[in-house]
Every structure is written in C-alpha cells, then in structure tokens.
Design a protein around this ligand. Structure first.
Ligand code: ADP
Length: 260
C-alpha cells in the first residue's frame, strides 16, 4: 500500500556524537506479518476438523448407539480425519515446492497417460453429477516433472467439479495454440468468480466464499500449489471467469516445454 516501516537506532559515537542508523525494515515486517497470518490460518484450518471430530467422539462415548448409528458417526469422523490428512499433505507439498529443494525432473510426460488418470479421478469425484468431456487436440507431450504436472492438472479439474453444481458441464482439453505453446484448459459452467478476486486466488488460503469452499472439501492451498508448479515449468496460469456463467483455468506452457 506504499507505506514504509523505518527502524531508527542511535549509538553513542565519540564524546558528543551519536550515530543514527535508519533501516528500511518494510520487507522484513511484511514477511513477518505473512508468516504470522500463515500460522494463524493453518491453526484455524486444523482446529476446525479436530473440534468436530472430538464432538463426534463425545457423542459416541456418551450415547448408547445402535450399530448403524455408530457407523454413521464413524463415517463422519473419518471424513474429518481425511480433511486433516489432505491439509497436512498439501502443506508438505507446498513446503517442498517453496523450498525448491527438489528440482522438477525433466522427462517426457505423456499427455495421454495424464488425461486417462485425470478422467478416472474426475469420474469418481463427480459421481455422474456432471457432463464431463476430455479432448486431446495435439499429439505433443510435455517436458517436466510428471508428479507435479499431474498434481497441477488434477487440482484444476477437481476444483471445477467441486464448485460446479449438479448437471453442470466440465470440459478438459490439451491443445497447441497458434504461437506453438501448449495449453491445458479446464472450463466449467459453475458459479464463476467476480473479477476482484481473480488476482488473489493463488494466495494460500484465499477463498471467495469461506464457508462454502470448506464444505466442498478443499484445503485452500490447491491454486497456490498449481501456481508454484506452473512457475517451476515456466508456465503461465490464466484464469478467466464470468460470474453466473462459469470459469476457465488455463495452464500455458512455452514451446520448449513440448516434446514429440
Ligand atoms: P479450495 O481448497 O478452497 O478450493 P483453491 O486454492 O483450490 O482452494 O481455490 C481457491 C478459491 O478459488 C476457492 O476457495 C474458490 O473460491 C475459488 N475457485 C477455485 N476454482 C474455482 C472454480 N472452478 N469455480 C469457482 N470458484 C473457484
């Protein structure tokens, strides 16, 4: 926002003199505030499922439940535990990507293989509630890290499915554009996203609608992960959306990331 934080320190210097040290600590302060925000967010995200889980445990403990009622509670508890597991996994993925400790490997990644995997997962997640379509319009493959690219593609597809109401349509495609770049795109007929949110979607834990996003089972880290993976592959993440009509998430890879 253009504000500056300066730190002033005075040191005695000789008999009558002082040395005045003025330091610009704006970046340090911002980094510190971001770290505090992040820890607060993680704690909050962890505490919610733990609280819910404990509530269910108390219920099971204190009530004499029939076997089928008990099973229902166990399913609910499992869902909360699963949520914590996803959060921890996404946090680890993000930490690994951010530390840059493991450089993305550079092998030929078969787009056909990726699409088959994505299609399988998408069908399982959608449970027949959406019209899903998948198109490979270019024979080109990708040069990069298979696990990372699959993770980025899957994140975009699972978001489309999770945010698009029943009977909506989701189209996934791989193509080479006129400039020779590779484009993986996911188009949905979901709720769309107002333009003021678009530039912030890849921030960790940024959500357009807090309560609804959590209901959909997301960790709030998906697009942050996608963005990191895109950067590591010199790819661009382009988001276009019209509220009420739907969204398009596109990953654009430079031509030298394409392979026969
Ligand atoms: P989350 O786990 O909350 O889905 P993400 O980082 O994957 O976290 O996405 C961030 C936010 O972007 C979501 O909370 C949601 O508000 C919005 N979003 C992502 N994908 C879509 C989509 N296909 N349609 C509408 N909103 C979306």
């Amino acid at each position: 926002d253009g504000s500056l934080t300066l730190m002033l320190q005075a040191f005695p210097f000789g008999q009558k003199r002082h040395l005045l040290l003025i330091q610009d600590v704006t970046d340090l302060q911002n980094a510190d505030a971001m770290r505090r925000d992040f820890v607060a967010n993680v704690s909050h995200e962890m505490r919610t499922p733990i609280t819910v889980l404990m509530g269910f445990l108390e219920t099971v403990q204190s009530l004499e439940l029939q076997k089928d009622q008990q099973d229902q509670y166990f399913d609910l508890m499992m869902a909360q535990a699963q949520r914590m597991k996803s959060l921890v996994e996404d946090l680890l993925t993000l930490a690994n990507l951010e530390s840059n400790a493991l450089p993305a490997s550079n092998t030929v990644v078969k787009v056909e293989t990726l699409m088959a995997l994505i299609k399988n997962d998408a069908e399982a997640l959608s449970q027949g509630k959406h019209a899903l379509s998948f198109d490979i319009l270019s024979p080109m493959n990708l040069l990069g890290d298979e696990r990372e690219i699959l993770s980025a593609f899957s994140n975009l597809v699972s978001n489309a499915i999770r945010y698009t109401p029943e009977v909506g349509a989701i189209h996934v495609s791989w193509n080479q554009n006129e400039q020779g770049q590779g484009e993986f795109s996911v188009t949905d007929s979901g709720p769309g996203i107002a333009s003021e949110h678009l530039s912030r979607l890849t921030e960790r834990f940024y959500r357009v609608d807090r309560s609804r996003s959590r209901d959909t089972g997301g960790t709030g880290l998906g697009l942050a992960i996608v963005k990191h993976i895109a950067n590591r592959h010199q790819a661009q993440l382009v988001i276009e959306s019209t509220p009420g009509k739907g969204s398009k998430f596109l990953l654009r890879f430079p031509q030298d990331r394409l392979a026969a």
